[in-house]
Design a protein around this ligand. Structure first.
Ligand SMILES: Nc1nc2c(ncn2[C@@H]2O[C@H](COP(=O)(O)OP(=O)(O)OP(=O)(O)O)[C@@H](O)[C@H]2O)c(=O)[nH]1
Ligand SMILES: [Mg+2]
Length: 452
């Protein structure tokens, strides 16, 4: 079973457990640990990640609007993205020269052809150079691979010096948008290999030097990436055979630790089996993309709601300040809208409130900046001369100020209605229970409320 399935299993147990308590979290964390260790992720990193999840799971105050379960799922996702390189560098869009390096059998030659195809599909004119002059059949292998993909190919059969092939290729292949060079591997990282790559490097002068690694090397990827980086300035990684190895997670996290961005994953032997690597998308697929996307969006909205929870909103006073915050949030399914939804009252929210535009809101803000604190706290006391003053001070018209006050009034009425329900719930139960509230309202549903 691969990393993906195991992680998905762990996430499912978080998401779907009937009871979400300490035991559930503990079990899920254990499962995640097992999956990561089996993927050859460094134990230290695994422990750091589990501690972070456990700490966040035990947090007393949760981000507004998220349940504990949602919070834990989100934290776990964030921690995993970070582990395998969520903040990695973006793939260069239009590279001019790419040199692939790596040890024997890593997948360099195959990947040269895959990359050529990848960039050709994006409209670039691409040529490949057979600069592996070490392994006897390397020329033929690349010639054959490029033939399959109708890719421009340059090589000199029986030439022994890789740098010479490069020099000739640069002369022959003018007018190409991108040149990709293959290079020879060795059994191990050694002086001979470094010398050869340095020669190729000074002849080719590629801005992109990418290391090709097989996923099966797991956390050893860190050592290789660091060595190649220090010796020849490798600035990107491609991990191949992710399809056949459960150790991909280890290789990915090790590259992240070595600060080498992983740009592509090789997912099979065919030329199309190359995937751009993006930690978020990769985990998204593993963890069930749809659900996750919804949760992430929700979490994002919550942070944008300026920490205004439905509970706080109902407990506090409603004034122009809360009105403004609420409006800002409403457009993103804010607290009051959520309460309204829970009570089956969303339909009764004034339509203008739900469809408030950014511009209008900005206008409100400007007007409110021209109000005194007292006016903002009790806008009901506003008389004509005050309205005139605010309009003048904010460069708006009296009508616009009146519009703001009217909108406020409408919202304030909705709020009062909720508040009444809330008080009944408080009297009954000594605490705010949204579900109860919803049920209570449900019974009275026939009696229609009129807001305006
Ligand atoms: N399943 C799978 N096989 C791959 C992938 N990439 C490469 N291979 C296979 O791995 C083997 C080695 O690939 P090469 O491209 O020859 O590797 P290399 O780094 O050029 O090897 P040397 O030139 O000997 O150093 C071949 O059989 C490829 O078909 C991949 O992403 N998935
Ligand atoms: Mg090769």
């Amino acid at each position: 079973m691969g990393l993906g399935e195991k992680l998905r299993g762990a996430m499912d147990s978080l998401r779907k457990a009937a009871v979400f308590d300490k035991t559930t979290i503990k079990e899920a964390v254990k499962e995640i640990q097992r999956a990561l260790i089996a993927a050859d992720v460094e134990v230290k990193l695994v422990l750091e990640l589990s501690k972070r999840i456990e700490k966040e799971a035990a947090r007393e105050k949760l981000p507004a609007g998220l349940s504990r379960r949602e919070h834990v799922v989100k934290v776990t996702y964030d921690a995993l993205v970070e582990l395998i390189g969520g903040t990695g560098k973006k793939l260069p869009e239009k590279p001019k020269k790419i040199l692939l390096v790596g040890l024997f059998g890593a997948g360099k030659t195959t990947t040269v052809a895959k990359l050529a195809k990848y960039y050709m599909k994006r409209g670039m004119k691409v040529g490949v150079i057979a600069a592996d002059t070490y392994r006897p059949a390397a020329f033929e292998q690349l010639e054959q691979l490029t033939g399959k993909g109708r890719i421009a190919f340059f090589g000199i059969k029986k030439e022994k010096r890789a740098a010479k092939v490069i020099e000739k290729a640069l002369k022959e292949m003018k007018g190409f948008d991108l040149l990709i060079a293959d290079s020879a591997g060795r059994n191990a990282f050694d002086k001979d290999l470094v010398k050869e790559i340095k020669e190729i490097n000074s002849a080719f002068k590629p801005e992109e030097k990418w290391l090709v690694l097989g996923a099966d090397i797991g956390q050893l990827a860190k050592k290789q990436a660091t060595a190649f980086h220090d010796a020849v300035g490798v600035n990107g990684v491609i991990i191949t055979r992710i399809d056949g190895s459960a150790k991909g997670g280890g290789a990915l996290s090790a590259c992240h630790v070595a600060k080498c961005p992983v740009y592509f994953l090789g997912t099979g032997e065919k030329l199309d089996d190359l995937q751009e690597f993006d930690a978020e998308r990769y985990l998204g697929r593993i963890m069930g993309y749809g659900d996750l996307q919804a949760l992430l969006e929700k979490a994002k909205e919550v942070t944008e709601e300026e920490e205004l929870s439905p509970e706080e909103l109902l407990k506090g006073e409603f004034n122009l300040d809360t009105f403004y915050k609420q409006l800002k949030a409403t457009r993103k399914m804010g607290p009051l809208t959520k309460v309204a939804e829970m009570l089956g009252m969303k339909m009764q929210m004034p339509k203008e409130m739900l469809e408030m535009t950014e511009e209008k809101l900005d206008g409100f803000k400007v007007m409110m900046d021209s109000m005194t604190k007292e006016e903002k706290l009790s806008p009901d006391t506003m008389n004509r001369s005050r309205i005139q003053r605010i309009a003048k001070g904010s460069g708006t018209s009296e009508n616009q100020v009146r519009e703001l006050l009217k909108a406020y009034k409408q919202m304030s009425n909705v709020f009062k209605k909720f508040r009444k329900l809330d008080e009944k719930a408080l009297q009954k139960k000594g605490g705010l229970d949204m579900q109860k509230l919803a049920q209570m309202f449900g019974k009275k549903k026939k009696k229609k409320f009129r807001i305006r």
